[in-house]
Design a protein around this ligand. Sequence first.
Ligand code: TRP
Length: 351
Amino acid sequence: MKKIILTGDRPTGRLHIGHYVGSLKNRVQMQNAGDFDEMYVMIADAQALGDNHDNIQKIRDNIVEVAMDYMSCGLDPNKITLFIQSEVPELTELTFYYMNLVTLSRLTRNPTVKEEIKLRNFETSLPVGFVTYPISQAADITAFGANVVPVGDDQLPMIEQTREIVRSFNNLYGETLVEPTAVLPKNEVCRRLPGTDGNAKMSKSLGNCIYLADDEKTVNQKVMSMYTDPNHIKVSDPGKVEGNVVFTYLDAFSTEEQIKKYAPEYNNLQEIKDHYTRGGLGDVKVKCLLAAILNEELAPIRERRAYLEEHKNEVYDALFNGSDKARKTAQKTLEKVKKAMGINYREILKK
Ligand code: TRP
């Protein structure tokens, strides 16, 4: 079977290091390994309108920001298809047909959607468009026949919903759609990176993000104000590593070479953790180590971004050429879907 990869993000803000370790880094590795037949990366602007229909400017601006984040992380439009969701209107049409295969109670049971409803105070005024976005996500995935979907933890319920839709569709109308599988980062801490304030989720609305586009000074400042162990007051105090964001980030980002390079008195991260737990290792020292490691990872990304900022036409070309290409594939799937359902009237209603 062909290996077709599809994934994407909502363009509601610049991407942060949670996106990076949670999925972006994985995508770049997959792209460069070349072990796939087709790879699509989508900017989910239509999905983002679900709670931003009154703020289109934000979405429009962030389509370009996210595209630049992607390309500066190493996603290469010559190797993959980078596209804008709303440029492929077939996705909306597929969504409409899939809607009949899903119940409202199933949609509101989705744990990620549930959490998002709470976060947005949508309990009493839930927009229909918002609650149905997992269905449109099934359209995104199936339109390209994607069987591999690299995502973060929070997207698992969407993949499950997609699989259910695929099964219902195939049962009803015959084998047509492909069931996808989610691919999560191997390193478990990367699946959901906490915010710099210790909140379980890094999120723009909580103001606890480190952005890929942050400059070195900003990264240093954010690391210095990070949540650690509130009971670790004096350097000599024993400290806690669990729930200590600085250590969580070190788990997510550091390599053994980096530890040796920036903290040569230790052989590995475990030795640093042991020292911190025993007492005698101050927060500032660990934070400086983390800042150095983050900045090393982000430096080439910043450099590519600076280039793209000056060459935005390259970004626009990538997006629109990719969208044209993606649209052709989605058109073929839509034809197949309509044929399976028997609503391809122009072929059927012929004498
Ligand atoms: N829901 C994803 C997010 O919140 C974006 C997305 C839309 C997506 N369609 C997708 C991800 C299809 C993977 C596959 O960022």
